[in-house]
Ligand binder design. Structure first.
Ligand code: CO
Length: 210
């Protein structure tokens, strides 16, 4: 069992280990960050961004929340997106959800009184369910959750494409690619569900007219 003091001891050991391997490691890393990827993932402790793609510090700019959502009134996510696109100029934005996502499963249940705030966050996933209700209710119960998890990831990719930040970067900037990935808790593998680039046709109601 990890206690906070165990975590601090582990931190010290890790820092010493990195310096033993590369004496200048932290000096170099402290100079600047130039990540090529923005990762928008689920807060689930079992899907740590860097670990599952074997990345090093400095390689991925990370934003995580319950059920890897991009909500266009969420200034937290939008600020991360704007900074990643406009300043860091990441080449790829990855939305990585995962099978067995508790947030998506909870969104398929009635609202519970003891999780009022989280319920509101999950309301957007209920909307995705309703948007795809015919398909979801025609498939096997056991597959329904995983399909909604996939649809949720795909929806977040479209929501990114609908932001003025992405559309502006596609028009005038460095044309980042947006990926929708799903991670399997059972095998540790990632599949790509969708990929959008600057040639994507945006539905006129979402088009950013500058
Ligand atoms: Co999750």
């Amino acid at each position: 069992m990890h206690t906070p003091s165990k975590l601090l001891l582990e931190n010290k050991a890790w820092s010493q280990d990195m310096i033993a391997r590369q004496p200048n490691y932290f000096n170099e890393l402290a100079k600047e960050q130039r990540p090529e990827f923005l990762w928008i993932g689920c807060a689930d402790s079992r899907v740590p961004a860097e670990t599952v793609v074997n990345a090093q510090p400095g390689e991925i700019f990370v934003h995580r929340n319950i059920a890897n959502q991009v909500i266009t009134t969420d200034f937290n996510c939008l600020s991360v997106l704007q900074y990643a696109i406009s300043v860091l100029k990441v080449k790829h934005v990855i939305v990585c959800g995962h099978y067995g996502c508790g947030g998506v499963m909870a969104a398929m249940q009635p609202q519970s009184a003891d999780l009022l705030i989280a319920n509101k966050w999950l309301m957007h996933i209920k909307d995705i369910y309703r948007l795809h209700q015919d398909e979801l209710e025609s498939i096997d119960q056991s597959k329904k959750v995983n399909r909604l998890i996939e649809l949720n990831i795909i929806e977040q990719v479209y929501r990114l494409a609908h932001t003025s930040i992405i559309q502006s970067a596609w028009k005038h900037g460095h044309k980042p690619t947006i990926h929708g990935w799903v991670y399997g808790l059972n095998d540790g593998l990632i599949d790509e569900l969708i990929k959008l680039d600057h040639n994507t046709q945006i539905n006129p109601i979402y088009r950013y007219a500058e």
